[in-house]
Design a protein around this ligand. Structure first.
Ligand code: FES
Length: 68
């Protein structure tokens, strides 16, 4: 089964980004990028990170696309 839990391009787990949210209060992809390098290559992780910011989920088993 598909398991999506990180920015693959930069090998940054969404759980690590969630920790950054907890530590810093970052509330957007852009704010998180001030603390970790991710999301600046293929960009496919960015919708997942946006959902993590809304829901706290850090592991996904479905495709999440922009607008989801
Ligand atoms: S998976 Fe994050 S930039 Fe490609």
């Amino acid at each position: 089964m598909m398991r999506i839990d990180r920015c693959v391009c930069f090998d940054v787990p969404f759980a690590e980004l969630a920790d950054v949210v907890a530590e810093t209060g970052a509330s957007s992809v852009e704010a998180l990028q001030a603390h970790r390098r991710f999301g600046q290559k293929c960009g496919l992780c960015r919708p997942y990170v946006r959902r993590m910011l809304r829901t706290g989920e850090v592991v996904f088993r479905e495709v999440v696309a922009d607008g989801a």
